[in-house]
Ligand binder design. Structure first.
Ligand SMILES: NC(=O)c1ccc[n+]([C@@H]2O[C@H](COP(=O)([O-])OP(=O)(O)OC[C@H]3O[C@@H](n4cnc5c(N)ncnc54)[C@H](OP(=O)(O)O)[C@@H]3O)[C@@H](O)[C@H]2O)c1
Length: 229
């Protein structure tokens, strides 16, 4: 039976690459995109069997609920949720002069988005015997070594890591594995041109999506290696 995955923010960047890799491994992949036409464009560009464009704004409860209803009707379950969508690598900002409205806006997408998604899709993840949630995090969220730069982004990812631990503990009885993954510095719109190639970043995330049932939960990884929180 083909596994069903949903990737948020998958019309470009790392989310698109993760969708490509999962489709190549035989998954049916809902390619979440704020703009349905951009999501469809990404699916057409990749041209792989199993890719399905899906309108999804992780900050919009109605949009999330509509996709829950659609996947429930079309598949009856969800095996893998990849919380990839994120915004605002705020290199221009410093902690002591931060624009708190900007910080709140960042939290809406980078923290409350994944939290909302996990709660909304829980009934469908419970229908899978091998549920996985991957929260795409960042080394910027590591508490040890937290600097004064990128305060909104760094704090949102530290909070996402905390959410990962909370979800992993709460979902232990359901055998749903929840992990945070840093893909490494990747040359995307967010990462900029100095970053590395996209394929290993995608592989880092796909590794956590495909963990065996006795695999780790409540961990923070990059390329399959544990990271310090
Ligand atoms: N690139 C790096 O070096 C790097 C390093 C560490 C961690 N990461 C993490 O990796 C993930 C992907 O990053 P990336 O580099 O691929 O970023 P990106 O190129 O900027 O792509 C971000 C994606 O998220 C989507 N998105 C933003 N807000 C959304 C919302 N409210 N609802 C749904 N989708 C939304 C964007 O959609 P639109 O096209 O509609 O804007 C876009 O598809 C992020 O979690 C990022 O923090 C990246």
């Amino acid at each position: 039976m083909r596994k069903i995955a949903l990737v948020t923010g998958a019309n470009r960047g790392i989310g698109k690459e993760v969708s490509r890799q999962l489709a190549e491994k035989g998954y049916i992949v809902y390619v979440g995109s704020r703009s349905l036409s951009k999501g469809q464009q990404a699916c057409d560009q990749l041209g792989l069997d199993g890719l399905i464009a899906a309108q999804l704004d992780v900050t919009d409860q109605e949009s999330v609920d509509a996709l829950v209803a659609r996947i429930k009707q079309e598949q009856g379950r969800l095996d893998v949720l990849i919380n990839n969508a994120a915004i605002n690598y705020d290199t221009w900002q410093r902690t002591l002069s931060a624009d708190l409205d900007n910080v709140k806006e960042t939290m809406e997408t980078n923290l409350y988005g994944p939290w909302r998604m996990a709660m909304a899709f829980l009934p469908l993840l419970k229908k899978s015997n091998h549920g996985r949630i991957v929260n795409v995090s960042s080394g910027s969220g590591t508490l040890n070594g937290m600097g004064a730069e990128t305060p909104a982004y760094g704090i949102s990812k530290a909070a996402l890591n905390a959410l990962t631990l909370k979800l992993a503990a709460a979902l232990l009885p359901n055998h749903i594995l929840v992990n945070a993954v840093c893909p490494g510095w990747i040359a995307t719109d967010m990462g900029g041109s100095g970053g590395g190639p996209i394929e290993p970043g995608g592989e880092s995330i796909v590794w956590a999506a495909m963990l065996p049932d006795d695999g780790p939960t409540g961990g923070f990884f990059r390329h399959g290696e544990r990271l310090d929180w």
